[in-house]
Design a protein around this ligand. Structure first.
Ligand SMILES: [Zn+2]
Length: 236
């Protein structure tokens, strides 16, 4: 083979590698949005237009917005190949323990005995499909070391306590499950399907969750959303 042909083949291989890297960076890391989230965390006052507010309701949506901050990561966002985010992440832009987390919709609260930072609320009748039961899952309510920021009224082992929309659950934190690796202070909120016999399904699988957009009347599905960050004006 002549040198020219070898160089040409190498060139083609390099072009393909470059295209692959470009695709991965855009698809899985979305540097534009990530940079904006970091800018928000450093100085939330600079971009009040990116923020949603705890207790706010978009139009006549069934769910209240559960906390203050920027909806940085959406449902179905992908952080790495093969992964899809099962909920929405709302970043306070404050230190852990300061930004309130409220109940989005009436239901029955459970906190498993080993849950430091998580709560789940059973909603017997899905407001959009009343013949089925759904669950709302709230997590990252602990500081980086794993000290819980959940209200003292809901200790580990709490079962089936009725809570009304707007009730204080606790505060946003940065606990990731690994004290050496805290995340940015935020609330992760997701809507989890029922297994049909009264138990919630594994919320780590996107197939077990629902797109929260119609519940908030807010465009939070990464497959559809275009723009900076969702707000009440970005109706699905
Ligand atoms: Zn999340």
């Amino acid at each position: 083979m002549s040198k020219k042909i070898i160089l040409f083949i190498l060139f083609i291989i390099l072009v393909f590698i470059a295209m692959g890297v470009y695709f991965l960076v855009h698809q899985y890391f979305n540097p534009g949005r990530w940079l904006k989230i970091s800018a928000w965390m450093r100085d939330p006052q600079a971009h009040p237009e990116w923020s949603v507010t705890a207790g706010q309701r978009c139009g006549d949506a069934p769910f209240l917005i559960p906390t203050d901050g920027l909806i940085g990561y959406l449902w179905a966002d992908s952080f790495r190949p093969g992964h899809h985010h099962q909920g929405i992440d709302i970043f306070a832009g404050t230190p852990a323990g300061q930004t309130r987390v409220l109940v989005a919709y009436d239901g029955f609260l459970t906190r498993l005995p080993d849950w430091k930072s998580s709560l789940i609320i059973r909603i017997p009748h899905d407001p959009l499909q009343p013949d089925r039961q759904i669950w709302t899952y709230y997590t990252h309510l602990a500081d980086g070391e794993g000290n819980s920021l959940i209200s003292a009224e809901y200790p580990p082992g709490t079962q089936e306590v009725f809570v009304k929309a707007g009730t204080l659950l606790g505060y946003q934190g940065d606990y990731s499950g690994d004290p050496d690796n805290p995340v940015g202070v935020h609330l992760h909120f997701s809507i989890v399907k029922d297994d049909g016999s009264g138990h919630f399904l594994n919320e780590l699988k996107i197939a077990n969750t629902l797109d929260p957009s119609p519940y908030f009347l807010l465009s939070v599905n990464a497959r559809d959303f275009r723009g900076d960050f969702p707000s009440c004006t970005s109706v699905p």
